[in-house]
Write a protein that binds this ligand. Sequence first.
Ligand SMILES: NC(=O)c1ccc[n+]([C@@H]2O[C@H](COP(=O)([O-])OP(=O)(O)OC[C@H]3O[C@@H](n4cnc5c(N)ncnc54)[C@H](OP(=O)(O)O)[C@@H]3O)[C@@H](O)[C@H]2O)c1
Length: 348
Amino acid sequence: MSSAPPTEIPTIELGVPGDKVKVPRIGFGCMGLSSTYGASDDGESLKTLNHALDVGSNFIDSADVYGCGHNERLIAQLLRDRRDDVFLCTKFGSAFTEPPPGNTDTFHKFLKGVDGTPEYVLQAASDSLRRLNVDKIDLYYQHRVDKNVPIEETVGAMAELVKAGKVRYLGLSECSAETLRRAYKVHPIAAVQVEYNCWSLDIEQNGLLEACRELGVTVVAYSPLGRGFLTGQIRKFEDLPDTDSRRSHPRFQPESFHHNIKLVEAFEEMSAKKGCKPGQLALAWVLAQDPNLIVIPGTKRIKYLDENVASGQVHISDAENKQIRDIINSIPISGDRYPEVHMKKLDN
Ligand SMILES: NC(=O)c1ccc[n+]([C@@H]2O[C@H](COP(=O)([O-])OP(=O)(O)OC[C@H]3O[C@@H](n4cnc5c(N)ncnc54)[C@H](OP(=O)(O)O)[C@@H]3O)[C@@H](O)[C@H]2O)c1
């Protein structure tokens, strides 16, 4: 099971009333392909992306801000010959200036902050379409809610994009339940993207999961492997490359790491008995929490991609679901899920 080639990825229907599309429940997150978690190599990334399409994991998740435009330009190379094979998702909302070609500087220098003004929405969409070199984005999310702009105004501009045929479905990321309900009144929202994994259960506690269920909105669980932590591949802080953004994340700091690794050890024990990898158990568990949910693990490697896709065949029984819940409840996590500056941007 662990590294065998995938057979079939379970699917669900995503969309809005009257317009639904079948998508795989295990998609592909592209953030790490733009040097977020240490260096990445475009040639290797394209091989992995092509493999994702070959095995049916064609729910491709990008954002304009990943690598400040780099990620979308990379995906444009995939789309050149395979546009029809891809369900293309991207996001706007964290404004930035595009670095000059060949930039080797840290991307943080180019970030400008959250922007949800209608003018910015239209400009950002036009920039993404240019970088991706396509006429239409399948799912367009607001990446972070702009607390200075009423959500009705932002979604109003997003709805204009749908009307103009530039976007098929709308999504929100890291929004509150109240924001989602207000947004939905302006235009149906197809998906909410949020961190959801064994060490981030906020969506269950803040009413967002309930709101998604009520409205029929698909949950897209990001960082489903806990940014790689839950796979057991990272054993200590020093395993993270110097340029890895996780070095600034509270949960990966040495003192928290030392504590949080207990969760991984419990997963390792349970997955060994079950005959799968701990990361596969983590993905299968998230998938088991709601039928209208997709996970979008990210990786640079074909080997990991195959493992992740194979988690679609890992069945979690009710007893195992309870056992995992008990493990999670018995090991309180040390550290916030983002550094303070990013925690403040969440829509609570
Ligand atoms: N909306 C938002 O605000 C937001 C925020 C964060 C992420 N996202 C989206 O969610 C996607 C996934 O999240 P993520 O990349 O943060 O975290 P993740 O998917 O939980 O974990 C990615 C990390 O796990 C490693 N990994 C993947 N599969 C593995 C396996 N089978 N065995 C061992 N290690 C494995 C990867 O290693 P390698 O890369 O070295 O292969 C990478 O370091 C992103 O790519 C992005 O599209 C959205």
